[in-house]
Ligand binder design. Structure first.
Ligand SMILES: C[S@@+](CC[C@H](N)C(=O)[O-])C[C@H]1O[C@@H](n2cnc3c(N)ncnc32)[C@H](O)[C@@H]1O
Length: 234
């Protein structure tokens, strides 16, 4: 098994402040206690967080989307799969407010949100071996060469990410920047614990995101990479 290395301190995002609408701010304030994941409660577990206390639902599949933006795809998928639990991570507060607005309108209860950098989420005790599938959809491309080190997908990050993916769990990455996609593929192919799948399995298909729609409008090809984490006995 690959050992976790210390997490990087270079940020893969720029904190954008001051563009939150009153409706997003209000939804954030109103629903944080219901749908937010506190970063300071070491005794919390997923069953408690999702109120999955009966035997039937204890084994619900748990899906993670990293950097969900405005949350449209996460919301659509969670609505279509009430039997599964969804966790979204985002640093951008207006996006969280926007997602909370959608959740409250439709009264769905199977989404929880971590507000912060994914690298902080990896340190939560309850995160270990938690997810059946992890999606990274259109991570910030950081076009300029001198900014490439800010790209989220790097060997150390992916190796650490594997600690929260269950054995035989899936990692799906979508990128519409050819250079970044190639880098992501080389990175993931180089990780012993990951097996590359020739195409994305049908059950892992995910709704289109805002950036995905934009990529289509711009005629960018979106590369879909899918991997399965090998169990330790493989
Ligand atoms: C290019 S946008 C894509 C948003 C969405 N996935 C989509 O396809 O529409 C990338 C998103 O990732 C978020 N992000 C970047 N680095 C992050 C990190 N380290 N932790 C959590 N979110 C991050 C950004 O705030 C931004 O919303």
């Amino acid at each position: 098994m690959t050992e976790s290395r210390p997490l990087r301190t270079i940020k893969s995002f720029v904190r954008r402040e001051g563009r939150i609408t009153p409706s997003q701010e209000s939804a954030y304030q109103t629903y944080w206690d219901q749908f937010g994941i506190p970063s300071d409660n070491p005794t919390l577990d997923w069953q408690t967080l999702f109120h999955r206390d009966n035997k039937f639902h204890r084994d619900s599949k748990r899906i993670l989307e990293i950097g969900f933006g405005m949350g449209d795809a996460l919301f659509t998928q969670a609505k279509q799969h009430p039997e599964q639990d969804f966790v979204g991570i985002e640093v951008y507060k207006p996006g969280i407010g926007s997602l909370f607005n959608q959740i409250s309108r439709e009264k769905i209860s199977n989404i929880r949100v971590f507000h912060g950098d994914v690298t902080e989420f990896l340190n939560l005790t309850m995160s270990a071996n938690s997810f059946d599938a992890i999606y990274i959809i259109h991570p910030d491309p950081w076009h300029k060469k001198r900014h490439h080190k800010r790209r989220l997908i790097q060997t150390t990050f992916i190796e650490n990410l594997l600690s929260i993916l269950k054995p035989l769990g899936y990692l799906v990455i979508k990128i519409d920047n050819d250079h970044y996609a190639e880098h992501a593929q080389i990175t993931c192919d180089g990780i012993e614990q990951l097996k590359c799948l020739p195409t994305i399995p049908e059950h892992l298909r995910y709704p289109e995101t805002k950036y995905g729609e934009r990529a289509k409008r711009l005629n960018h090809q979106t590369h879909i990479l899918s991997y399965q984490k090998q169990s330790e006995t493989n």
